[in-house]
Each structure stands twice: as structure tokens, then as C-alpha cells.
Design a protein around this ligand. Structure first.
Ligand code: A3P
Length: 337
């Protein structure tokens, strides 16, 4: 499959609603799940301990039931708005750096979400048996997901495939998601205010949330199995991208050679994947993401600490208490500015 076909295959109408195609048995099963709304007003269901947007519930189940991981697979696993787009670009560029010429980098022609396809919003949407062999431009296969660690298909957890995760402080993540869903909300009637969204977020009600369960699930798994799961923090990457790229390459089993380092390959990848570069590429200024969302919406400010422009002191206090409570004795910390 060439890149044009991949791009075409990625385009799915935003108006698509998986519920329309649910069969009776599935409908009955779904009735048993607690139900709520995403901040954009779409249904989501509490399934296996996380809030699954209704659009992808069926595809998550197909993914769980049918995906067979290879030991060589690499999977980018993230909570939404924690730096998925960036991590996809970095992983693709690092893993496949010897597969294309410098001036023909696929990121010049395709968005990170087209190059690293997501299981639940793309590959398994409406198709329990997608053609995974032709879903990636290069080998080894590289995919992505927002599904929490505990709900991953057993073959991912049981195989030697590698997972790369990124998390971000919950205040910036919340504000990023707020802006993102605000764009979606324009067309919807039953939306929620910033206050309501914050309240829901603090109560764990948010697509693929609770946020803290998602983050700690992957983090704990990475502590137990560091050769299988690389856990990264958005703020740390912002501070020192080069050393994290070296860590990523080492983890992927493709460390940068001395010669590559001398030639500035690390800096080059960091530059190509940088926010300013990706945001300004024509390919990211036009076109739609698989979910129907314009590519431009995935590039906003990319700042650490932008939350301080939006959250009230009372909200900050509530979040600080929550962070303390959720991370108590975990050894895990967030950087907020
Ligand atoms: P902001 O909304 O705070 O600007 P995701 O990719 O998981 O959807 O996360 C989106 C967030 O990552 C947005 O944050 C976006 O601006 C930021 N982002 C996108 N590309 C980036 C890049 N190359 N480097 C750093 N941040 C990036």
C-alpha cells in the first residue's frame, strides 16, 4: 500500500456513529454499561474501568479480541492531549531513519497521525479484521492507541512488543483537551462549560479516563518491565529533546551511532519533529484527521504551564489536592511549569 492509499484509507467521516451499526447483542451489552457524555457532547461508556467514547467502543472490543502482536511491533500508547502527535513523529523518524532520504522525509507529505495509525479510531473502526500488514509504510510495524494498559489486548501485554508512552501534567492536558473539544463543540447542542468539564475531569469522567488511572497504569507497568515499556514525560522532552531521542533510539534497539551523532542526526530529527516545524508544514495546515478533525487542531501552543491562563485559584487548589491524593506513595511526580 503506498502512502496515498494509506491517506485515503485514513479518511473517515466525522458524522460516522458506531452505534448505528451495532447489532442487537452488542446493543444489549452496552445497555449494561454506565453512560455519560464527553465534553463535546458525545456518548461514552464506562467499560473495563475506563470511559470509552461510544464511537470507538466496538472497535476497542474488536482490537482486544483480534489483534495479534508481533514481538517486533512498536506501539505508541498515550492519554489524549499528552503529546501523541509529537511522540508519533519522533518515534517514526527515529525508528525508520534509514528507510528514506533526508529530503524525502514522509513527514513532509503526511501528518504524524497518517503515518502512525491508531487502532481504535482508524484500523478497527468498522472492521474487526483490518489489513495490518499493509497499514504501515515500513517494518517493524508501528501503531498507536489510547486504550489503558489494563485493557490492551493480551497479545500486546504477553509478547515482547514495545510500548512507548508519554504523559503530561493534568492541568496542561486538561486545558489542551478543553480547547480541542471546544472546536468539536461548536456543532453540538449539549455541551459543557469549562467549570463542568473541570469537575468531570477531577471526577475521572473524560474520554479514556480516569486520567490518573491511565497514567499510573502505564507508569507502573514500565517500572515492572522497563525493557518493554518506555515511559516519557512531555515536560521533560520539552526541556531536553536530544537526550530523550537517544534514550528512545536505544529503547527501540536502533541506537544512534557515533557517526550519526557527529553528523547531527539527533538534532535533525528533533528539528523536523519540533512543534514549529510540524505546525508550519503545508501537510499539517490542510486536511482532516481520521476522526474528521482538521490536522491544524493538533497544533495549538505546546507550552508548559499554559493552564495558568485559564484555571482559577480554586481549580488549581482542587487539582493540587487531587494530584497529591492520587500520586501518594507512587513515587510519580508531575512538573507543572
Ligand atoms: P496544547 O493544546 O497545549 O498546545 P496530542 O498530540 O496528544 O493530541 O496533544 C496535543 C498537544 O501537543 C497540544 O498541546 C499540541 O499543541 C501539542 N503538540 C503538538 N505537536 C507538538 C510538537 N511537535 N511538540 C510539542 N508539542 C506538540
Amino acid at each position: 500500500m503506498d502512502t496515498t492509499e494509506i491517506c485515503k484509507a485514513n479518511m473517515v467521516s466525522k458524522s460516522h456513529d458506531a452505534e448505528v451499526s451495532w447489532d442487537d447483542e452488542f446493543q444489549q451489552l452496552v445497555q449494561t454499561f454506565p453512560k455519560d457524555k464527553t465534553w463535546a457532547g458525545d456518548n461514552m461508556y464506562f467499560y473495563q474501568g475506563f470511559w470509552c467514547p461510544s464511537l470507538v467502543l466496538k472497535s476497542v472490543i474488536s482490537f482486544q479480541n483480534h489483534f495479534q502482536a508481533f514481538d517486533s511491533d512498536v506501539i505508541v500508547a498515550t492519554f489524549p492531549k499528552c503529546g501523541t502527535t509529537w511522540l508519533k513523529a519522533l518515534t517514526f523518524s527515529t525508528l525508520y531513519r534509514n528507510k528514506f532520504k533526508k529530503d524525502e522525509h514522509p513527514l513532509f507529505s503526511f501528518g504524524p497521525h497518517e503515518l502512525v495509525r491508531v487502532f481504535e479510531y482508524d484500523l478497527y473502526l468498522n472492521n474487526p479484521f483490518p489489513d495490518l500488514e499493509n497499514a504501515c509504510l515500513y517494518q517493524p510495524r508501528l501503531f498507536s492507541t489510547h486504550v489503558p494498559y489494563a485493557s490492551l489486548p493480551t497479545s500486546i501485554r504477553d509478547s515482547n512488543c514495545k510500548l512507548i508512552c508519554i504523559c503530561r501534567n493534568p492541568m496542561d492536558m486538561f486545558i489542551s483537551l478543553w480547547h480541542f473539544t471546544d472546536k468539536l463543540r461548536e456543532e453540538k447542542m449539549d455541551s459543557v462549560s469549562l467549570d463542568e468539564a473541570f469537575d468531570k475531569f477531577c471526577n475521572g469522567v473524560c474520554g479514556f479516563g480516569p486520567f490518573f488511572d491511565h497514567v499510573l497504569g502505564y507508569w507502573k507497568a514500565s517500572q515492572e518491565n522497563p525493557n518493554k515499556i518506555l515511559f516519557l514525560k512531555y515536560e521533560a522532552l520539552k526541556e531536553d529533546i536530544n537526550s530523550h531521542l537517544k534514550k528512545l533510539a536505544m529503547f527501540l534497539g536502533v541506537p544512534f551511532t557515533e557517526e550519526e551523532e557527529k553528523e547531527g542526526v539527533v538534532e535533525e530529527i528533533a528539528k523536523i519533529c519540533s512543534f514549529n516545524n510540524l505546525k508550519e508544514l503545508e501537510v499539517n495546515k490542510k486536511g482532516l484527521h481520521i476522526s474528521g478533525i482538521p490536522h491544524t487542531d493538533f497544533f495549538r501552543k505546546a507550552k508548559v504551564g499554559d493552564w495558568s491562563n485559564y484555571l482559577t485559584p480554586a481549580m488549581v487548589e482542587r487539582m493540587e489536592k487531587l494530584v497529591q491524593e492520587k500520586l501518594d506513595n507512587s513515587g510519580f511526580t508531575f512538573k507543572f511549569s
